[in-house]
Design a protein around this ligand. Structure first.
Ligand SMILES: [Zn+2]
Length: 305
């Protein structure tokens, strides 16, 4: 069955790139609505669906664009929270161009969504079943989707910075694994990149409070990493959020190698350009038992945050 929230969930914070304050209200929505953003600060209040076909490629975040030019930036951590909590329908109102960065992870979104509660809707859920392997490569980065009975994410990163180095992790996303293992992992960046971005008017809201800032072998953010492999966990969080722009849960195995937002969007575009590589499948109780949000509870979140 499809789901939505039981009541609205509100989040207030600062945009990572704009540095501007923003208020977000995630509202319940009917079956078949999907996840749709609405810029309530603009006169026309444009509706922007959270779909791969509306994603504009940017190096730093996932941005949705409307035909009239309105955009919503940095959707990926909220999208990961919605995917990981198993929420299929929501209207996301925001009064600015960017979802707030909060602590740089998805944990505050998960906490707020759980407090709002979830309800089942009387409509069957369609899921996207991957039938054969598809890949997308860009330079040294790449990603693959192949058949699997649940959503699995395998990820590898390799940084020359000793504070990160090479990290790998594999996770079956079924049954709250996202909430227990990934949702509190924060975005990360180099101190030198922060300075360069600030000089170019980017990441104006970026601080050591909402990202793990590293410098060589050192972690400048007070308290250091939340997990020894927090960096790869965050990349998996980003991948889950970006994959949710497919418009439905995916049954497939995602393998990412140094992949960022643009690579995952390229992978979805590749998948949907090949009609024999996937199909819609009505979610029965066997499939439902393997979806990311099934069985998730506040106790899963308490374990991490
Ligand atoms: Zn991220």
């Amino acid at each position: 069955m499809q789901t939505t929230l039981s009541s609205p969930a509100t989040f207030e914070g600062t945009g990572l790139h704009s540095g501007a304050p923003v208020r977000v209200v995630v509202r319940p929505a009917a079956a078949g609505h999907g996840v749709v953003f609405r810029r309530i600060d603009l006169p026309a209040m444009p509706l922007i669906p959270a779909l791969w076909s509306c994603v504009e490629v940017t190096p730093l975040n996932t941005r949705l664009a409307h035909a009239d030019g309105a955009t919503v930036s940095t959707i990926e951590h909220l999208m990961a929270a919605l995917a990981g909590c198993g929420i299929h329908n929501a209207l996301v109102d925001l009064d600015g161009p960017e979802i707030p960065i909060l602590d740089g992870s998805a944990a505050p979104f998960v906490r707020g969504l759980m407090q709002a509660g979830m309800q089942r809707l009387s409509a069957p859920l369609q899921v996207i079943e991957v039938l054969r392997e598809v890949s997308f490569v860009e330079g040294l980065a790449g990603a693959t989707l192949g058949p699997a009975t649940s959503l699995q994410i395998d990820f590898e990163i390799a940084f020359t910075d000793p504070a990160i180095g090479r990290q790998t992790k594999t996770l079956n996303m079924a049954n709250g694994a996202f909430v227990r293992e990934l949702c509190d992992s924060r975005t990360f960046c180099r101190a030198s990149d922060v300075a360069a971005m600030h000089a170019n008017g980017l990441a104006l809201g970026g601080t050591v409070e909402n990202a793990v800032v590293i410098d060589g072998a050192n972690v400048l953010t007070p308290g250091g990493w939340r997990h020894s492999d927090e960096a790869v966990r965050h990349k998996m969080l980003d991948a889950l959020g970006d994959l949710y722009t497919a418009g439905a849960p995916i049954l497939g195995r995602y393998t990412g190698h140094r992949a960022g937002h643009a690579v995952t969007n390229g992978l979805l575009r590749t998948l949907f350009a090949q009609p024999d590589a996937w199909r819609w499948t009505t979610c029965d109780h066997r499939i439902a038992a393997r979806l990311p949000g099934v069985g998730v509870s506040a106790a899963d979140l308490a374990a991490v945050a």
